[in-house]
Design a protein around this ligand. Structure first.
Ligand code: PBG
Length: 322
């Protein structure tokens, strides 16, 4: 059927029909808000490159979580900035580690807020790499041991889900085994499966104080040029027991999200990362774009590409509109 019998503008004429035929709808429960926690009391350090985001001490983090929950945010993703760092990131496995403390405090104050812990060593190592260094590079298999330990420790602290972001081979399997051996068979794993070596993480590395002190992450994170390889990463993570797979960053990788959606029957998360967020904020501050409309358009596009879940720093700004 072609024009003049078909006129697609007919259904665009009113708000009612536009809403009726809308294919992609954002909902509150689609969004996860990342938060940064550091030691101390009454601390709220602004992250300059990420306006509206702060490194918070546990007391203020709990207040923030109460506020987010009352606005309708259902889930947060925690990143810790520890008091000290060590060569292997073992400080992340301590019983009273910073994310462990934060988790217990949030679960006490806002028990229904779903708490996800990012599992990685980069915030906890002196060198800022995601694992143990041997011969100048991150050693895969010894890092699996620390990641598994960190996951069990955070499970014991009460997190609702763990999210390994390190990109070591075999980490989902190692974490699944360790969780199961310790009685956490029901703890879900959201794997950062296709995580690219991206310049879009720049602002985050200031926020989490996790920039590598030498080299880069290209020996473990993926080459931005590859998408067949992303499907292999996703497949391996599913086989190893991932409950949710993630593509990260989101916006330059919408094609990857769509390929994962078309090839696998598994829930997909996408991480709308710090650089993507900060570019919007910076342009909005200059008055060059309409921040609110752009944010909704960006998040909708990520969902339209195939993501079920979106991790975004914009969550706190737009949740009340959903
Ligand atoms: C830790 C981690 C990173 C991000 C999430 N987990 C940084 C990195 O890999 O360097 C990035 C998040 C963002 O940019 O918002 N490995």
């Amino acid at each position: 059927m072609t024009f003049p019998i078909t006129r697609l503008r007919r259904l665009r004429k009113t708000v009612v029909t536009r809403n009726m035929i809308r294919e992609t709808k954002l909902a509150k429960e689609d969004l996860i808000m990342p938060l940064f926690v550091r030691p101390g009391k009454n601390i709220k350090n602004p992250i300059n490159s990420m306006p509206g985001n702060y490194q918070l001490s546990v007391d203020l983090l709990v207040e923030k979580c109460k506020e987010l929950y009352s606005k309708g945010v259902q889930s947060v993703l925690l990143f810790g900035i520890p008091e000290h760092k060590d060569e292997h990131g073992l400080v992340a496995c301590e019983h009273d580690g910073i994310v462990q403390q934060a988790t217990k405090a949030i679960k006490e104050a806002v028990p229904n807020l779903f708490v996800i812990a990012d599992i990685c060593n980069c915030e906890y190592t002196t060198h800022g790499h995601c694992g143990t260094i041997i011969d100048g590079d991150v050693d895969n298999d010894s890092t699996l041991v620390t990641l598994a330990k960190q996951s069990v420790s955070l499970a014991e602290a009460g997190v609702d889900m763990v999210a390994p972001s390190d990109m070591m081979d075999g980490r989902v399997g190692a974490i699944r085994d360790a969780l199961d051996e310790n009685g956490f068979q029901n703890m879900p794993i959201m794997a950062y499966s296709a995580k690219y070596a991206s310049a879009f993480y720049g602002p985050f590395r200031d926020a989490a104080e996790s920039a590598p002190q030498f080299g880069n992450r290209a020996t473990y994170q993926m080459d931005p040029a590859n998408s067949n390889e992303a499907l292999r990463e996703v497949e391996l993570d599913i086989v190893e027991g991932a409950d949710i797979v993630m593509v990260k960053p989101a916006l330059s990788y919408l094609d990857v999200i769509r390929r994962v959606k078309d090839n696998f029957n598994v829930p997909i998360a996408a991480y709308n990362v710090s650089g993507e967020f900060s570019m919007v904020k910076a342009a909005a501050e200059k008055g060059w774009i309409d921040e609110n409309r752009i944010t909704l358009e960006i998040l909708t596009s990520i969902k339209r590409a195939g993501a079920d879940i979106i991790i975004s720093y914009h969550t706190q700004d737009i949740i009340e509109q959903l």
